[in-house]
Structure formats: C-alpha cells, structure tokens
Design a protein around this ligand. Structure first.
Ligand code: HEM
Length: 454
C-alpha cells in the first residue's frame, strides 16, 4: 500500500489472508477475534468452512434478511452467546427466545418509544454539559476521549435507569461491568471459535456468579425502593419498565425480570454508545475537514448551547459522522446464530446445527456494497435510499434489532455536537488507536487526542 493511500484510510484490522490451523486461530483470536475473519469476507458475499462444526459467514444482504427478518425463528441466537450472557443477565430480553422473548419485548417497547425518549433526553444533555466541562481542564493537553465518552454514557444510563438518587456507587457498577466484559471477552474466544461446549471454560462459573452477585446488590434495593415509592414525574427507565405491560398477555415484569433487564440495558447500552462516540471523535481528528464541517453545523444550530432533543433532527452532518463511525467500527462487530432447519442462505445450503456468523465488521467493509469501503466518507449516508438496509447492520436487524438504537443515536448526536462545537481535536503522531474486539470493538490504547478550544 502506498503512503498516500495509507493516509486516506483510518485504522483498520488486518484480516486473515492465509489458511489457519485451529491452534493458530485460537492464538490470533486471543489477540483480536476480528483478525480471524478472512479478508475474502470483504470481497465475497458468503464464506463457509468447518472447525468441529460447519460454519458460514454471511455478508449477503438477501441472506441476512432471511436469517434476521424473514425466518428468525429458524435462526436463534447461538447457544455460545446465550451461555456467555445468561449467568449475568438471566433470561432477559437480550437472550430469551420464543414466547418469553416476545412478551418482554412488547412490555419494554413503550419505554423506548419516541415520546418517552424525549423525556429521557435532558439527562443526555446534562451528561454532554459535564463532558464539555471536563474537557475544559484538558485544553492544551492530551485527553483519552474513549475514557471520557465511557464516563458520559455511563452517567446517562445510570441516571435514566435509577434517576441517580438510589445511592448508586458509580465506580462499583463500572468496575463490575468492566470485569465482566474482560472475562467474557477472554472466555468467549473458545465459543467464537466454535470449540464444543464440553471443553471447560476457565473461570466462567465463579466469575459470572461473582459479577451477578455484585450487580444484584446494586439493582435489587433500587427496584425495592421504587416499588415502594411509586413512579416519578417524569418517569425514568426503571418506572417505564415497571409500568410496561404486554398488551397481549397483560403480563408485567416481576422484580427479578426487572433487575435482569436493567442490568441488560446498562451492559448493552453504555459501552456500545461510548464506543460510537469515541470512534467518531477519532475519525473527526483523522479528517480535519469533516471536523470543521461538523463544528460549523453544530455552532450554527446550537449557538453556544448544549444540544437538546429538539436539535437532533437539524444536526445532519453530526449524525452522518456517527453512522460512518458505526459502519467502520461497529461496536457489536460479530453476531452469531445457529440454524435449526435445512435452508438455503445466500445460495449456500445450510444444515441444522450449522453456525451462521454475521461479521458486521466485514459486511460494512464489503466491496460489493460499499465504494472505497475502508475510507472515511460520512457523505455516503446523505442518501439513505442508496444503502441496502441489510448491508448496514450496526444495530442488527429484523425483530431482534437493538431496542435502544434510537436512544443511542439521540445520545450520541447530543453529546458529539455539544463537544465538537466547543473544542478542536487533533491526532498525535504515531498514536492511532488499534481496533480490537473484546466482546465489543474497542480502541486499544484509547483515543488520545490533543484538545484545543474551538
Ligand atoms: C451504539 C450503541 C449500540 C449498538 C451498536 C447496539 C448494538 C446492538 C445489536 C447489534 C443488537 C442485536 C444483537 C443480535 O441480534 O444478536 C442489539 C440488541 C439489543 N440492544 Fe443494543 N446497541 C446499542 C445501544 C443500546 C442501548 C442504549 C440499549 C438500552 C438502553 C441497548 C439494548 C439492547 C437490547 C435489550 C438488545 C436485545 C434486543 C432483543 O433481542 O429484543 N442497546 N444491540
């Protein structure tokens, strides 16, 4: 690759180009699961193989539509994924299947409806204001924008779940989640590589029990207290979830179900949203011309204010940058399903028991659907009708699409525009973050940027 070409492309994962033994695969997976994806997956629409079990990587939008939207009941989440999460989040929305999933989704849906999101937005603006304040002390210096983004999104999810007054120890929660994410990432390598379930997973039982106990100690008293004092005005996520009723079965969540779903939202929600912000800031530092355009837009819409829900629809370029960051660095970079029935996907025969990987990272950089896929070009999102819905899946697709997608996008637009309207960010020579998947796609080494007042 020439120097100029390199300069035009932001950080990327070196995908696999040759054949790999199982042990080679495990060794590489320990470093970065994404490096086990064959580069071929960015040129072809299906890649298949066998390691203990038959597997297929599906990048074909028609095939993805079939798995996620048309026949989701034939492609449940893989047992490996469920085994990984169940000890910590129970049988909550993220892992449940069939009827138990359906009623929970219907009961939780109103909490994430546009009307209620607007009620939750002031919390996002508050957190954006605090991030702006924190950055003030970094002016003229280098700051890790990934760490600052995690602090901001954690504050949001913590306040919208518990309204911040149920004496939550932020550090304890953060610590428990961080430990879980690290342990889960390490252990799940065996799962991602389809090593059979009978191969022992070191530490899983003890650690999962430990994390769950710690998280329960935090969430249970908050739920008990809320049940006794009743909902607040405006209601927070815990109230909305507690009040939520499945219109078909009239079922509401009991305390255990509430707790497991709250833990799910915190786990699924804050780290992923922080990553979309951190990668967006990295990309804006990588491309100063886009940074200028986004700042001009944010300054003209906000006029020195912090963004609110009402501003979001006007912050068009900010949103395009976030979508491009979600394309290049999808926080959930790899999904997996297990086939229940014989079927044809993307022209390939699928047998019951086959693993279907959805390598979102490779799908988003596939040359069949994206022009110059490794380049940072937020303008490609200006015309959404030109993008196949199933070629862009940062939030998954079909009935199991992320319930928090609108919440996350609103939060990311509010925080990014507020911060970029006030500060300039520059890359430090030789300090490019390395995209590494540890359960989520994180910037190894952080996103260390020079901060100046705008
Ligand atoms: C940029 C931020 C986010 C990204 C990239 C993201 C990504 C995803 C993806 C890819 C899925 C589908 C997984 C699959 O089909 O296997 C998912 C599901 C889910 N997400 Fe998100 N998510 C984000 C933010 C959030 C937020 C803020 C919340 C909650 C507050 C949330 C809660 C959930 C839940 C509960 C599910 C399971 C839904 C179901 O199966 O019915 N996520 N997310």
């Amino acid at each position: 690759m020439t120097a100029t070409k390199k300069q035009r492309e932001p950080a990327k994962v070196p995908l696999a180009t040759g054949r790999m033994s199982v042990f080679g695969l495990l060794r590489i997976a320990r470093r970065n699961v994404l490096e086990t994806i064959p580069e071929l997956a960015t040129w072809q629409t299906m890649v298949s193989g066998k390691i203990f079990k038959r597997w297929h990587m599906v990048m074909d939008p028609g095939g993805l539509r079939r798995i996620l939207k048309e026949r989701p009941e034939a492609y449940p989440k893989s047992e490996a994924v469920k085994n990984l999460f169940k000890p910590v989040i129970g049988n909550s929305l993220f892992v449940a299947e069939g009827k138990h999933w359906q009623w929970q989704r219907r009961a939780a849906a109103p909490a994430f409806a546009a009307r209620n999101l607007k009620e939750l937005a002031p919390v996002m603006s508050g957190s954006a204001a605090r991030m702006v304040e924190r950055l003030q002390s970094a002016v003229g210096n280098v700051a890790d924008l990934h760490l600052l983004a995690v602090a901001a999104t954690f504050e949001v999810i913590n306040s919208v779940c518990f309204s911040g007054e149920d004496s939550m120890e932020l550090e304890t929660v953060q610590d428990a989640f961080e430990k879980f994410i690290e342990d889960a990432g390490r252990v799940s390598l065996l799962d991602v590589a389809s090593v059979p379930a009978w191969v022992p997973r070191p530490g899983r039982l003890y650690n999962s029990y430990f994390h769950r106990r710690e998280l329960k100690q935090i969430t249970d008293p908050a739920i008990e207290m809320r049940r006794s004092i009743g909902p607040r005005t405006p209601p927070d996520l815990l109230d909305l979830l507690a009040e939520g009723e499945d219109p078909q079965t009239k079922r509401r969540m009991n305390n255990d179900e509430l707790r497991d779903n709250l833990i799910t939202f915190i786990l699924a929600g804050h780290e992923t949203t922080a990553l979309s912000l951190a990668w967006s800031l990295y990309l804006l530092a990588f491309d100063p011309s886009w940074q200028r355009q986004v700042r001009v837009e944010a300054q003209s819409v906000l006029n020195g204010r912090i963004a609110t829900a009402e501003d979001v629809s006007k912050l068009v370029l900010t949103r395009q940058v976030i979508e491009e960051a979600l394309r290049l660095y999808p926080p959930s970079a790899m999904l997996a399903r297990t086939a229940r029935e014989r079927d044809t996907v993307g022209g390939r025969q699928v047998l019951p028991g086959d693993t279907l990987f959805i390598p979102i990272y490779a799908l988003h950089r596939n040359h069949c659907f994206w022009s110059d896929p490794d380049r940072f070009n937020p303008g490609r999102f200006a015309d959404r009708s030109s993008i196949d819905k199933f070629a862009f899946l940062p939030f998954g697709g079909g009935m199991r699409i992320c319930i928090g997608a609108s919440f996350a996008l609103m939060e990311a637009v509010i925080i990014l525009s507020s911060v970029v309207s006030k500060y300039e960010f520059a890359l430090l020579p030789g300090q490019e973050p390395e995209p590494v998947m540890i359960l989520t796609l994180r910037p190894k080494g952080g996103v260390r940027l020079k901060v100046e007042a705008a």
